[in-house]
Design a binder for this molecule. Structure first.
Ligand code: ISL
Length: 550
């Protein structure tokens, strides 16, 4: 029997380098900062680091606009420092995943500069050029088409105008990308997180979307063909040592089964977005609606069931594009946030899949206090603010959306200690440090066994050591309960029960009745609780999660 892939018991840690740690005092996080934190990562116990883009870039979208795939941007440091990070992680048994942003490049990438230089240029067809725009609206507001005076045509950019979309229909483009990926593997990286990879195949010829851009640009007709080709050209023969995760907004369970079925040889897992869209109303991301727990539980359970026999889930609460988990799904009131952060962590890490921890999540960091638009740095939020203001929406309403959903919530600097600027930088940080770093920081949590940080360490270790956590079958209990999140994980004779109370109100186990769902668990061994670690669960469900094993 083939043993399960190594990443079934692994946890991935995401570094957003601009906000992680600054070593040279310019206020921007850098590779030197990461080098100084390798022991922190080893101590946390993570198996993989996913590094958001550090390539040369004009930084229009914080590095997701790449002008040179082969070299580190000087603002982050040197190529030699990146090699030192790869070596330093490997020495500590940690793998490195690079961010692969190949749906688009920067408009300052030489490929695009050639493409735009004339209609006859051999690279003209590497991007999408048209005489007439379609009706498509960019993820970052406005048209997806930018008129270029030099050659009197429009080019396509699903994101900012400085992020022109590559034309994956052209085999030369695909081969150039694969060659670049092979060079990174030769340099020692262990896999890729593939940015909006399900957008690379568009329905051709490009046509008006009539408000359904998804139908024209997501999971297009050649997407599986392209990913299988990439697998053959780049991963074949070495896949067992690698980890690949496709970022696939709008993906359904059915599509995810296709992307992640090992027999199809595409990617190991995908990031799906359904659970982070549950608090969006009919008018999209900024239309914030309340999120009831049963909907969230049902959604994660549906993905557990949907990928139970084929494929694999990635598990995440937040990343550099999403609000902070404890502020969004939990309770970031100072009296509750630690218990809430631990509870959310327990629930997520006890699901079946590979958990992703976004920097600072392991400390229980919260959303940014955004006083006004001047505090905002993110191109998506700024463009939205301008567009909404032009349309006559009241600034207070726009800011309400940005406070709840804006990407800068996740981009404030990591809170290392209680000093000025949280130990992130000795200079002026590029974005304000959250003032709550006085209470929430790594230094105060390091030696505290009850800290959020200590709890994350326990969960990461549990996945390493307990194959039921990694592989067990998932079954949701009490699906309709408004505040309790309960489920079992079963593997052979071994069964785990996970119990979490997502409210401030204590709940008595006895309230569920003697013949209720927890019958027979009274004498079970306790693996971990968020209240008193290693102790017996109280008869009242703790305000955080308990975890029992039969
Ligand atoms: O945050 C979003 C806007 O609401 C998402 O739609 C996001 O743009 C989408 O998940 C794609 O994200 C990735 O590609 C973008 C980049 O800005 C994001 O940071 C990246 O994670 C373009 O490269």
């Amino acid at each position: 029997v083939a043993s399960p892939p190594w990443w079934t018991s692994a946890t991935v840690y995401q570094i957003y380098p601009r906000s992680f740690a600054d070593s040279d005092g310019d206020g921007l996080g850098d590779l030197g900062g990461i080098l100084g934190k390798l022991d922190y990562l080893a101590d946390l116990g993570v198996d993989v680091v996913w590094l958001s883009p550090v390539y040369r870039s004009p930084q229009d979208d914080n590095g997701y606009d790449i002008s040179d795939y082969e070299h580190v941007d000087p603002m982050f440091g040197t190529d030699a420092q990146l090699d030192a990070i790869i070596a330093g992680l490997h020495e500590r048994g940690i793998r490195l995943v690079m961010d692969l942003v190949v749906n688009h490049t920067s408009d300052e990438h030489p490929w695009f500069m050639e493409s735009r230089s004339s209609r006859e240029n051999p690279k003209r067809d590497w991007y999408w050029w048209r005489d007439q725009p379609t009706d498509w609206v960019s993820f970052f507001s406005g048209s997806t088409w930018e008129y270029d005076l030099a050659t009197e045509q429009y080019y396509l950019h699903l994101f900012s105008r400085k992020q022109p979309d590559l034309n994956w229909e052209n085999p030369e483009v695909r081969q150039a990308v694969y060659a670049m990926m092979r060079r990174w593997l030769e340099r020692g990286v262990d896999g890729f997180r593939m940015d909006v990879i399900n957008l690379i195949s568009k329905v051709t010829p490009l046509r008006d979307a009539h408000d359904d851009l998804v139908a024209q640009t997501f999971n297009g007709p050649h997407i599986h063909e392209f990913l299988q080709e990439m697998h053959r050209e780049v991963f074949a023969g070495r896949e067992a040592a690698l980890i690949t995760v496709g970022e696939t907004p709008g993906v359904t369970i059915e599509e995810a089964r296709l992307y992640t079925d090992p027999a199809r040889a595409e990617v190991d897992m995908v990031f799906q977005f359904e659970h982070v869209d549950l608090d969006s109303g009919p008018n999209g991301k900024w239309d914030v609606i309340p999120l009831e727990l049963p909907r969230l539980k049902a959604n994660l359970a549906a993905w557990q069931d949907g990928l139970a026999d084929v494929g694999w889930n990635s598990l995440y609460w937040d990343n550099h594009d999403q609000p902070r988990a404890v502020s969004r799904f939990g309770d970031d009131d100072p009296a509750w946030r630690e218990r809430s952060a631990k509870t959310l962590a327990t629930v997520l890490h006890l699901h079946r899949g590979t958990p992703y921890v976004y920097q600072g999540e392991e400390l229980g960091m919260t959303n940014a206090p955004i006083a006004g638009i001047d505090d905002v740095r993110d191109i998506e939020s700024i463009n939205y603010y301008r567009e909404a203001a032009d349309a006559g929406v009241q600034p207070a309403q726009v800011l309400h959306g940005i406070r709840a959903k804006g990407r800068d919530n996740a981009r404030t600097p990591v809170q290392w200690d209680a000093s000025r600027h949280a130990g992130f930088t000795t200079g002026e940080p590029w974005i304000a440090v959250n003032p709550n770093h006085i209470e929430i920081n790594a230094a105060t949590q390091a030696d505290d066994p009850d800290s959020v940080l200590a709890h994350y360490k326990r969960l990461i270790t549990l996945r390493h050591n307990n194959s039921t956590v990694a592989l067990g079958r998932f079954e949701l209990l009490l699906a309709d309960h408004p505040t309790v999140w309960a489920f079992t994980r079963t593997r052979g004779d071994d069964q785990l029960l996970v119990l979490a109370n997502l409210s401030r109100v204590p709940i008595e186990l006895a309230d569920f009745g003697a013949a209720g769902p927890f019958e027979g668990w009274a004498g079970a061994e306790v693996l971990s609780t968020t209240e008193t670690d290693g102790g017996m669960p109280s008869p009242a469900l703790p305000a955080a999660a308990g975890h029992l094993a039969s």
